[in-house]
Design a protein around this ligand. Structure first.
Ligand SMILES: C[S@@+](CC[C@H](N)C(=O)[O-])C[C@H]1O[C@@H](n2cnc3c(N)ncnc32)[C@H](O)[C@@H]1O
Length: 271
């Protein structure tokens, strides 16, 4: 189906969104962005790109509601547990003697990564001196992240990675449960600031010890990846840590400014 969308059609849709709503997807990786567009068209039973194009142009609410279909919000509690084990055992101990620790979750989606970090920080007795900044382009994803409320159905899907990190603990240690939902305990939420931030063009003037940007840059083309990596380099304190996703590939230009700390878990250090 994505073959049915030509590069010209894609470009004109992207241009229209940029001109009309000031949201720039021009450096998103073409193939996966076309897949997202197909998903959106199927959801609304649309036959042609022209139909989608004209609906987006005339209907701002439709566009706003569609952003989440265009961005992939997929996330998980304790996603890739071995990365969290590495962070707990090899990255966090250096902060034991420091008075503060600042962390940025860029592309935090619905918050699971942020609260996973909170849980790990508490285990290492570092939570009280932490400031976490969690940002995303999607306001709906951020709204869920701020609430920290997840359906029991979703939480059930997180059991496997959770148990592989904590074989002897229960979700009840970290969430308050009701009939259909579980809400993250306030202990983990009160250290987090949430912000709507677009990695493509918004600036960041704060400085961090650790930056997470997992499974976000996979949707960017090489130029945008390098641009964002340079911003992360700038925003990290000397020797700071960058954690990217399992399927993120560090471009050569990125290897010039970041040293691999552990390639398997995609953890890098600022050069
Ligand atoms: C696949 S999720 C990853 C969530 C989490 N980091 C994880 O690995 O589980 C990708 C997130 O990146 C966000 N995103 C995509 N483009 C972005 C941009 N230009 N600026 C900020 N966030 C963006 C999406 O809204 C989505 O929530």
């Amino acid at each position: 189906m994505i073959e049915r969308i030509s590069d010209e059609e894609l470009n004109s849709l992207v241009q229209a969104m940029k001109n009309r709503y000031d949201l720039d997807f021009s450096n998103y990786e073409k193939k996966s962005f076309k897949r997202s567009i197909v998903r959106l068209m199927m959801k609304h039973k649309m036959e042609s790109m022209l139909e989608l194009w004209s609906r987006i142009i005339r209907d701002k609410q439709f566009f706003l509601d569609s952003i989440d279909d265009l961005l992939v919000n997929l996330t998980e509690l304790f996603r890739n547990p071995d990365a969290w084990i590495m962070i707990r055992d090899k990255i966090l101990p250096e902060f034991r003697s420091k008075s503060s620790l600042k962390i940025w979750h860029a592309g935090c989606s619905t918050g699971e990564e942020v609260y996973t970090m909170g849980i790990v920080l508490e285990e290492k007795r570092l939570l009280h001196k932490v400031e976490q900044l969690a940002t995303d382009l999607s306001s709906t994803a951020l709204a869920t992240a701020i609430k920290g409320e997840y359906s029991l159905l979703i939480l059930k899907q997180y059991m496997k990675p959770f148990l592989s990190f904590y074989p002897n603990k229960k979700m009840e240690n970290f969430f308050d449960f009701s009939d259909k939902f579980a809400v993250i305990k306030d202990t983990y939420r009160k250290h987090v600031r949430f912000l709507n931030h677009n990695l493509v063009h918004d600036e960041m003037h704060e400085r961090f010890d650790i930056i997470f940007c997992r499974n976000v840059m996979i949707y960017f083309d090489e130029n945008l990846k390098v641009q964002v990596l340079k911003m992360f380099h700038e925003c990290l304190k000397p020797g700071g840590t960058l954690v990217i996703g399992y399927y993120d590939i560090m471009p050569d230009a990125g290897k010039e400014i970041f040293d691999a700390f552990d390639v398997k878990t995609r953890i890098y250090k600022k050069k």
